[in-house]
Structure formats: C-alpha cells, structure tokens
Design a protein. Sequence first.
Lengths: 76, 204
Amino acid sequence: MANFDQELDARGLNCPLPILRAKKSINELNAGQVLHVLATDPGSVKDFEAFCKQTGNALLASGESEGTFTFDIRKA
Amino acid sequence: MTKRLKAAERRASILAVAKVLFADKGYHGVSVDDIATRLGVSPAVLYQHFPSKEALYGAVLNTISEIRESYVEAVLAGPLDFAGVLRRMLRVFIESVARDPDYLRMEMLSVLEGASAAKQFFENRWRSFTDYIEVSLKELSAEGRVSPVNPKTASLMFQGMIREALYEKCIVKSDRYRETDLDALVQQLIDLFLRAIAYQSDKR
C-alpha cells in the first residue's frame, strides 16, 4: 500500500507550478501527514529541497524513475 | 589548496570577461582568442577550464540559473493568489536582470544569431512566467474569474510588455521613461495586464 496521505500529480508542469500546488496541497493536510508528489521538471529536485528548507516540512524521500521525479513530504 | 583556489578564481575571471564580450558582440562575434587576449593569457589556459567556446558560453549562462530557487522563495513569501505570486516572481526576475543587464543583451543577440543553445536557455527562463500564466488562466477561466482569453496569447502579451520594459530601462535608457523606475513601471504593466484579462481576485 502507498505510504502517503495525498498525491499530487505535477507532471508536465514547470517551476513554480509544482511548488505552488504542493504548497496548496500541504495546506489541506494535518501535521504529520505525507504528500507524495510526481513531477517531470528536472529542476524540481532543487526546488523541492528549497521548498522543504523554507517551509520546515520534511523531505522524507525523493527518487527518479523513467523521467518522473517523486518526493515524499511530511507536513511539519 | 592554494592551487585549487587559484583555479577557481581563474575560472571566475574567465566567466566574467566572457560574459561582457558575449553581451557586447554575441556568440559568433567573439572568439576564444578574443577572450584570452582580454584576460592576458593564452587560449590554452581557457581550454584548461572549458573544452570549447560553446561550453564556455553555456557556463556563462548557467551562472544565472540559481534564480529558480528565488522563485520558490517568492511563491512562499505571501498569499498564493494568481496576481500576488506573479508580482513576487516578477520582482525577483527584474531585480536579477537589472543587476546584470548583460544577460538581457545576450538574450537579444541570441535571438538575432539563432544560437540554439542560448535560445533554448532564454526560452526556459521566460517559461516560468508563460507556463504559470497559461495554466493559471485556464483554471481561472473555468472559475469565471477572468474574461475568455486565449492563454497563450495572454502570456505572449505579458512577456512582450515586460521584456520591452526591461529593454527600455536597462539597455536603451531613453528620456521618455526616465521619471518612472523599473519596479514602478513593471507594477503598472501588471495592473494593465490584470485589467486586460478582467482578473477578479476574490472568489464569487
């Protein structure tokens, strides 16, 4: 089973849209819940690192498979 | 350690000189010999750091790629409404361009020269705005919060007016717009843009 509470499909979107959508999605979560993000923009790796650093949310895991980047972010 | 530092300093000085020359004469108007002569070194020294002129040009462009991180900060710095995010992103962008207008010159020259790597780079630079506007306008249109507009045309309008403002204020510097500073000019243009698409900030 998937180990997250909500999924955000940001594939095909470029900076800053994945970040913007992630911020909106996380606003709807409770503290401790996990958002799973899918993205195709290669810059999203740095963007989500910066996002987590600036928001205080935890980047639990990130990965890449066949051009799709994934990020698991736990709401602080 | 000292040798490494010197190499880093040398690389930085090559990039700085190359940027000024590329901004002045374009990619095709500058040779590796020209850059080496300006630096007072042999071309072999340049090739120790960059395998080709193309690689050097790419490295010059990449020195401004850190602007993306600032967009993340801009997005997070306030309310997430369309106009607010657009204004904050644009402030980051125009500050970056105003700080170093050489990149604007490189963009103009790359369009004229048709240098594909540079063209792609600058297209990507604008893409944060054009994609954001296109995707947002589709959503706002579905909510009835903008007038029916072609999102691609609207994003082209936005890019055109902002680029012209930057060109006017950072390169041409004519008397006509002297009394208006760049930030004020850009804010007025965003206001015009939002009015043109009949943007409604509040949900009905």
